[in-house]
Design a protein around this ligand. Structure first.
Ligand code: FAD
Length: 468
């Protein structure tokens, strides 16, 4: 499921059930869930073990907030539906709205993708800023209470009813507290303890797909001239398992991330960082990290594996509880999907709440598995281009990968293929749209035809990355 096949958020369609919902985890998934829960509940309490900061801050509870976060179209549009004016707020706070194709030089399969003709809008800002703006919109909702420095200890459970009835947690003062709730949402991310809890309370735990990718990230922030409003992305490839991105963000900065896969350790020191950047096949990043002022230390982050917990397969699950966001699935971050899938999960929750609370968990898990599956197939599918990737391989991956590799090479001279690819990458359209006849023809037709199309497309060279 992508933006193309999910109904928009619709105000006034969710019946009020009153009472209280508790969301554990106040990061992107928890905040989006809280937003849609306010349509049904009188009170929505969001607990997080971190303090809820007043400004854009990197948080210990979500340490990946120190790393660049791309906002895909599915996330951008969904957040705009939840929080009308969100995009404008990002811009007002210094973020950028750019054309993902024309303003981002995308290097893949030995060349830059040609420009797509239609505008492909995208928001660029740091992760702390995106999160801050969402948090402030949620904080303003009358029904919502954000409680920081509150750590979940356990769910309250009525075994005879098979129902979660609330949460026990350590509060701001270190005191143990219980909050009863009609619905508890686990949005605690990758380290969610719900699978263990289920097992210890006599429920089946979800089966887990784990795909080892062994990714490391190293990120710095550098000074960006205000007029330089472009970025660069170089995807890792099997014979060069090093990737990079340089994305413009607020306060006239670029975030520069270097990524290593399968044993390539992204650098920890400045000298090696520059060496890596200069060795990239696109010259813009190396030049900027050498010449521009560094505004941060190097922040490193290891990401061993993509993980999908299959809650949708369970035949028994307690009432009064659901799980969302990274706690269901977390994807190799180089594809930038997590925040968008978290927003789509909340959109699914919104639609399922229109049917009331009866049987909510199985309905929600079944529907939420669709955006997860779409994102998973894209991320994990591409990861299986690398010999070192291990884990369950989705059916048809190798054939599809060969087709996409050819599509990408053709997209270097055919902007229509760049558009088709980006709309899938941005979780706007399903991956099967790449097989539709008008696209497949451009991919598979004899080379002479592509050359004619190429004359129409706008090929890009790395010389365009100059800010001068
Ligand atoms: C290196 C890296 C780069 C990424 N880049 C991108 C990107 O470019 N684009 C993108 O869309 N996504 C990206 N992601 C993914 C993105 O960060 C997540 O998908 C997104 O934050 C949604 O996650 P979440 O809210 O489910 O969980 P998290 O963000 O992990 O938040 C979980 C929250 O739960 C709280 N918590 C945990 N345990 C408890 C407890 N016991 N009690 C109370 N609170 C608790 C934590 O403090 C935290 O606030 C990246 C991830 C990584 C690791």
């Amino acid at each position: 499921m992508t933006l193309a096949d999910v109904k928009q958020y619709a105000d006034g369609t969710v019946p009020s059930v009153g009472g209280r919902a508790v969301v554990v985890g106040g990061s992107m998934a928890g905040l989006c869930a809280a937003r849609v829960l306010t349509d049904a509940f009188d009170e929505v309490v969001v607990l997080d073990r971190d303090e809820f900061p007043d400004g854009p801050r990197v948080r210990d509870g979500a340490p990946q907030t120190s790393q660049p976060h791309a906002m895909l179209e599915a996330g951008r549009v969904t957040l705009e539906e939840f929080f009308p004016g969100f995009g404008e707020e990002v811009r007002a706070a210094g973020g950028l709205k750019l054309d993902m194709s024309k303003d981002l030089a995308w290097y893949d399969q030995g060349g830059f993708l040609a420009d797509a003709e239609p505008e492909l809008p995208a928001l660029y800002a740091s992760r702390p800023l995106f999160e801050q703006l969402v948090r402030e919109r949620v904080r303003k909702l009358d029904e919502v209470q954000l409680r920081g420095r509150c750590s979940l200890i356990d769910y309250e459970h009525d075994a005879s009813e098979g129902r979660v009835t609330g949460v026990r947690f350590r509060d701001e003062d270190g005191t143990e507290e219980v909050l009863t709730a009609t619905l508890v949402v686990d949005a605690t991310g990758r380290t969610s303890r719900t699978p263990k809890w289920l097992e210890s309370h006599g429920y089946p735990a979800p089966t887990v797909d784990e795909v080892m990718v062994d990714v490391t990230y190293s990120t710095v922030r550098i000074r960006r001239p205000p007029e330089a409003r472009s970025g660069v992305l170089v995807g890792p490839e099997p014979d060069r398992p090093r990737g990079a991105a340089m994305l413009p963000i607020e306060r006239d900065r670029w975030e520069v991330v270097l990524q290593g896969m399968h044993g390539e350790r992204a650098p920890a020191d400045r000298e090696t960082f520059i060496e890596w950047a200069e060795a990239l096949p696109a010259d813009g990043i190396g030049r900027q990290v050498t010449e521009s002022e560094w505004l941060s230390d190097i922040h490193r982050y290891p990401f061993p594996a993509s993980v999908w917990r299959h809650y949708e397969e369970l035949d028994r699950f307690p009432d009064g509880l659901i799980v969302t966001g990274d706690a269901i699935a977390s994807f190799n971050p180089i594809y930038g999907q997590g925040m968008s899938v978290a927003a789509l999960d909340a959109l699914v929750l919104h639609h399922e709440l229109t049917g009331g609370l009866e049987g909510l968990a199985p309905r929600f898990f079944a529907r939420a598995s669709r955006p997860v599956e779409e994102a998973w197939r894209l991320a994990v599918g591409n990861d299986f281009n690398f010999a070192g990737t291990s884990g369950p391989k989705p059916f048809g991956t190798d054939l599809f990968n060969r087709y996409v590799a050819r599509l990408i090479r053709r997209a270097q001279s055919d902007g229509a293929l760049t558009e088709a690819f980006f709309r899938v990458f941005r979780l706007e359209r399903p991956a099967t749209s790449l097989l539709h006849p008008p696209v497949a023809w451009r991919v598979l037709r004899p080379r002479i035809g592509a050359a004619i199309a190429g004359a129409r497309g706008t090929a890009r060279s790395s010389a365009e990355l100059s800010t001068e």
